[in-house]
Structures are given as C-alpha cells and as structure tokens.
Write a protein that binds this ligand. Structure first.
Ligand code: HEC
Length: 155
C-alpha cells in the first residue's frame, strides 16, 4: 500500500517537472523591454551567433535580388538554399529553450520560405515570382523585429 502511494507521488512529481519544462519551452526566456518589445535573454555568444545569422540573412536577401536582376536563377537557388532549413542545423540546442515558441515558428517559416524561393527559382525561372516571394519572406523579418530584441541576460 505504502509503495503504491509512493508511485503516485512520483507520477505527480514527474508530471509537475514535465509541465514546468513544457512551459519554459513555450514561453522561452523573455522579459518586457523598455521599447515595448520582448527581450529574449541570451548569453553573449548566443546573441553574437544569432546576430551573425541575421546579417547573413540580410546579405543573402540582397544577393538574391542582385541575382534575379541578372536572371541568374542558379545563383538564386544556391543563395536561397543557404538561408533555408539546412542552415538550421547550425543552431545550438541550448537556444531552443530560450526562444519563445512563436518566435521559433516565425524563424522556421522564414527558412521554409527561402527553401521555396530556391525550389521555384530552379523550376520556374520567373523573376517576377522570385521578387514576390522575397517580398513576402521579408514580411517575417519585419514582424519579428517589431516584436523581439536579443539582450545579454543580466545586462
Ligand atoms: C524570428 C525572428 C526574426 C526573424 C524572422 C528575422 N530576424 Fe533579424 N533579428 C531578430 C532580432 C530579435 C534581432 C535583434 C534586434 C535587437 O536586439 O534590437 C535581429 C537583428 C537583425 C539584424 C541586425 C544584426 C546586427 O548585427 O545587429 C539584421 C541585419 C537582421 N536582423 C536581418 C534580418 C533579415 C534580413 C531577416 C529576414 C530575411 C530577419 N532578420 C529575420 C529577429 C528576427
């Protein structure tokens, strides 16, 4: 009888642990920022790593537009692919816990959009279509920047 009670206690304890972890995973580590956005709390290296990824995204977006303007669809595909889901593997696992779930969704969606740009550039070779896709993908950049900041925790 005693061991039965103990197992229930363990089950309850485990459920609480799971609940706490899923909660943390969903909301991430954010604090309100004085500019009205949400500040994601990171280590210095994590912040630097993400900002480098961001600059690569900007550089690639420009390079895609340059390639479209010279009708170089092979280049469009290569550059867009390097901003797609394949690049996600470089993101360290520790970050996943800190980034809120909506932000992760927006990030993944942006990567998927770059993969679509790559596939369509190879398939359709239609500059009007690629430009439209870039414009739509960049709405994600705008939306995320309007909502979030990256700060070094404790600063
Ligand atoms: C999921 C969210 C998210 C998406 C999507 C996103 N960014 Fe960012 N980006 C951020 C955050 C957060 C910062 C830091 C802003 C701050 O702290 O003020 C940032 C910063 C940047 C910076 C500044 C880098 C530096 O060195 O300071 C650039 C450039 C940038 N983003 C470009 C882009 C471009 C281009 C896209 C779209 C192709 C994009 N970002 C999409 C979240 C995002």
């Amino acid at each position: 009888m005693k061991s039965c009670k103990l197992s229930w206690l363990l089950v309850a304890l485990l459920l609480i642990v799971v609940a706490v972890f899923s909660y943390k995973f969903t909301v991430g580590e954010v604090k309100p920022s004085d500019d009205g956005r949400l500040a994601v709390q990171l280590s210095k290296d994590e912040r630097n790593g993400l900002l480098l990824e961001m600059r690569t995204w900007l550089q690639n977006s420009q390079a895609i537009l340059a390639a479209v303007s010279s009708q170089d669809f092979a280049a469009v595909a290569t550059i867009a692919k390097s901003s797609g889901m394949a690049a996600e593997a470089a993101t360290p696992g520790s970050l996943f816990r800190k980034i809120p779930v909506e932000m992760k969704a927006l990030g993944f969606d942006t990567r998927k959009k770059f993969d679509e740009i790559a596939t369509d550039a190879e398939r359709l070779k239609n500059s009007q279509h690629t430009i439209e896709q870039i414009s739509i993908a960049m709405k994600n950049c705008v939306a995320c920047h309007a909502t979030y900041r990256f700060v070094v925790a404790g600063k």
